[in-house]
Ligand binder design. Sequence first.
Ligand code: AMP
Length: 425
Amino acid sequence: MQFTDLGLKAEILRAVSEQGYDTPTPIQQQAIPAVMTGRDLMATAQTGTGKTAGFTLPILHRLASGPNDRLTRVSKTPRVLVLTPTRELAIQVEESVRTYGKHLPINSLAVFGGVGINPQIANLRRGVDILVATPGRLLDHVQQRTVDLSAIEIFVLDEADRMLDMGFIRDIRKIIALLPKQRQNLMFSATFSPEIRELAGGLLHNPASVDVAARNTAAETVTQRVIETDREKKKELLCHLFETRGWHQVLVFARTKHGADALARTLDKAGIKSAAIHGDKSQGARTRALTDFKDGKLVALVATDIAARGIDIDALPYVINYELPNVAEDYVHRIGRTGRAGMEGEAISLVCHDERPNLRDIEKLIKRSLERVVIPGFEQSATAAPRPVQPPRGARKPQPGRPQGQKAPQKPGGPQQHRSGSRHR
Ligand code: AMP
């Protein structure tokens, strides 16, 4: 199947072809026709499957297919609302809208916390067709009456599982209550847990359901390996791997913000250009680190799970789990950063003695045992030192109030606004 077989508007097909894509991914093949008909949709798909274009393309098609005056009237209230758990994802979704909608007179805007609200208010006033938002900041706008959600025709809940993990459920329910009853709903989630099922039950009406690839499995193209070692050898081992393998563009996962900072400093000192990205970093610092990483100015980006969630890099060759995540599903999310869109990828986990239970959970979840590799000089000792205090396995750290990342101080002059389309048509 080709994109040209889907019946999308010519302006959209042109933009897709300018991106160099001719074949829709499996989720796009299934989701695009369903969304184009106006049906609700429940899609189980991880990041990396092409899910974003799976909803932005048919949404653009639907907006552009209505009466023309709706696209040309001046003061517009948003017609589409996309909720995302993180600002990074909000930016990426809005960029996708802008990329594929560039030949259409459609405006989009991303609003998220951690940056000044006033420029967002000014942009909302000028009129927006597609609004991409994180829940907390959207509710701030609702409270200040700077956004009107009464004309929303299509509502998208992206990465719904992560939204629930981050404690957004009450915010989501508040937002849904503000939307018109008559609307199209699309819900995307990497997992289909009982909580997600319940949320879907209340939100979606007779949805088309799309489930790409088996859940909790990684792309076939990702080679997954485990190096068993000791906790205190990990830093040296990681530096050794960088030196001997000539790695570039490596995403390294650490469990804590503090650990991410410390590891980035160690790598940097060893001559491996690195930066850390996590919720305590300002928006400016995060954007800069991501840009430098994409441009090849950084060899390694050390990230916590939540900060890495929205990172979108076409061909990330390596993912390193410096520490295994507490929650096995996060392993699948992490390694989903590589092997995307059919590219080869390698995921290596450094596992010390007291992470063995975490490894067992992961292997149980993905239903396979991972290849063990021994690096001479870094073998795991027979008896290992006890692990420092940490939360019980399977427990997420409590996240009171807003999730991490929403409270970063405002950086004056940073890249805060993302909007598209012409305001003077
Ligand atoms: P997503 O799952 O939406 O995060 O997309 C993953 C990556 O796949 C993004 O970098 C997209 O630009 C890319 N992508 C989306 N659709 C296609 C396609 N049909 N062919 C190749 N790459 C694609």
